[in-house]
Each structure stands twice: as C-alpha cells, then as structure tokens.
Design a protein around this ligand. Sequence first.
Ligand SMILES: O=c1[nH]cnc2c1ncn2[C@@H]1O[C@H](CO)[C@@H](O)[C@H]1O
Ligand SMILES: [Zn+2]
Length: 349
Amino acid sequence: MVVNDTVKHQLAALPKADLHVHLDGSVKPETVLDLAARKGIQLPANTAEGLLPYMQVTDECESLVEYLSKFQFVLRFMQDAESIERIAFELIEQAAAENVIYMEVRFGPHLHTSEGLTHDDAIAAALRGLKRGEERFGVATGLIVICMRHEPETVNREVIAAALRFQGQGVVAVDLAGDEAGYPAALFHELFRPARESGMPVTIHAGEAAGAANIEEAVTGLGAWRLGHGVRLKEDGRVLALVRERGIPLEMCPLSNMQTKAVPGWASYPLRDYLRQGLKVTVNTDNRTVSDTTMTKEYAMLMAQCGLTVEEIAATIRNSLDAAFAEPSKREALKARLQSVCEELGIAL
Ligand SMILES: O=c1[nH]cnc2c1ncn2[C@@H]1O[C@H](CO)[C@@H](O)[C@H]1O
Ligand SMILES: [Zn+2]
C-alpha cells in the first residue's frame, strides 16, 4: 500500500486507540531537560535532540533485554508525585495531538519508589495526570498497573494489592512486564490470583521474547484477558486456535517488535496473517520515546511494510475499542465515533 496524501489524511482523521503504552517509555526529552534543571541533576547533553540517544533504541538493538536497558535513564526523573503526574498528563497531550480518543497507560509503581513514594502514592499521581489530561484534551483514559518479572514476589504481591485498592477508580487492569525469557509466565500463577478473584482484568506481556508456551500459560494459568504482543503465537497452531476461540485480543506493537527482535524483520511479521485468521489484533505504540513512534507512524509502517489497507487499520481500531478495559457504555460511545468518521471518510468498517 502506498501511503499517499489521501491515505495520510484518512490516518490523521481516524479516531484512534492505544491500549499498550508505557509511561516511562514515553517521556518527552524536553521534559527531562526541564526536570533535570529543577532537580539540579547533571545530564549528558543539554538539548532535547542530544538526549535522544540515551532515551531511544536504534535499529541495531538486538534483544528485549537491550531494549529494556533504556528505561533506567528516565526513571530517576520519575521518583516524585509531581513529575509522574506531569508525565502522565503530557502523554495524554501526545495522544490528543494525533487524534487518539482512548488510551490505556501502563506503569510499574515499584519503579517509582526509590525516593520514598509508596505504590499508592505513585498510582494516585499517575491517575491525577491522566484525569487532568482527560479533562483538558477529551481523551478517555485508563491506568494499567505493572508487576515487573524480576522483582521479588513479596513486592509484586504488594503491587497487586495496591492496584486492587484503586479498582473502579481509574486502575483498569494489571500486567506483567520485563524480561520474559528470563522469567517465564508459569512463575506468576499465584501472584495474579487476587486479581482473578476480584474480577480485575489481567493482561500479560507474552510471546514477545519467549515462545507460544508462555502465551498458553498466560491464558490458562494467569488468566490473561488480553496479551501484550503475542507475536510468537504462530509458532504453535494449537495455542493460536485457543487464543482465537477465546477471542483474546493481541496488543501488538509493530515498531517495538522489530526493535526487540521478536521477529527477524517485516517479512515475517505475522500481524496481517493474524488479522485475516480472525484473531483480535490491535495496534499500539508500546513506548513512544524509546521506540520513536506514534500510532500514525505504526499504521504507516504496517501499510508500507505489510500491505495493510485503511479498512484493515480501521478494523484494528474497532478491535481496540471492543477490547478496551472500560465500561460497555463508554466502549459503545467511542465505537459510534469511529463508525461515523469511517462513514464520512468512505472507509468500510
Ligand atoms: O515491550 C516490553 N516488554 C517487556 N517489558 C517492557 C516493554 N516495554 C517496557 N517494558 C518494561 O516495563 C516497565 C514499566 O513500564 C519499563 O520500565 C520496562 O522495563
Ligand atoms: Zn509493553
């Protein structure tokens, strides 16, 4: 598909949804400059551009573990409530700038406790930022609370407990992220039990840096309602059939998936095949700064590299709104907006 001016206009006009975006992976370099100046922290560069090499991966990135090493740099600026709130607000501003009407932002509260914040403080700060962004920019939001795979189980149990205290108050789900190959899903069965028992939705990063067995465990053992990435599902037809039969949405993040080498290249990226096989594929950014991306850029890449049509892009947006961890009435209202814009643009949905 050629991304000509008509297609560019359609992509800009489409109301979008981003279900998988990490707060700490989406910090604007300008904000780091400002926070460093306020906190008196020395930086390796004093322009936004100069900071990018410290905040972004390149195509030379070889693995998920290398990709994850980029997050250390920004986390030291995210240890107080005010900065977390500001960065969350600014992420909603970034969403609005490209007509994203629904965004679920995720973060790991424990990564923000090195200067004394509690998990609850960090969650409350992120929620304040999202709420302010929602009011200012009219983007509907939800917060997903992440457990990190490498953290001790006692810490992660506390993170889940904190997330449950905010159930119905903006925290819409819990997640498991970090080094998938080093810490397989099976280790976390008990951790997610309280979430399962409280009806708190669970989404799990799976099938990114490890194979289909990890996806099966995420679904049948951990009780995942959705899957982060799920790229390597194609390695096992039986697990693929399971995910399709249960209608479990995949939160795919194409540029991130290229960078972490979840597949060797675009030619073997399975997103379009999954869509055509009836899997509930959604398209997301993962980390706007680390991966140097936006929803618009992800769509343009999918059209140019995988031959997706505008209709298929619109179908992924509908899938996202169907899969949103939001009240059914909110989902329906957002879908009605998508439907009416598609009609105006002549895109069959
Ligand atoms: O694609 C990913 N796979 C696994 N973990 C990730 C990915 N992107 C970010 N994080 C991890 O999630 C933490 C909290 O946001 C980040 O600090 C990073 O370590
Ligand atoms: Zn992720």
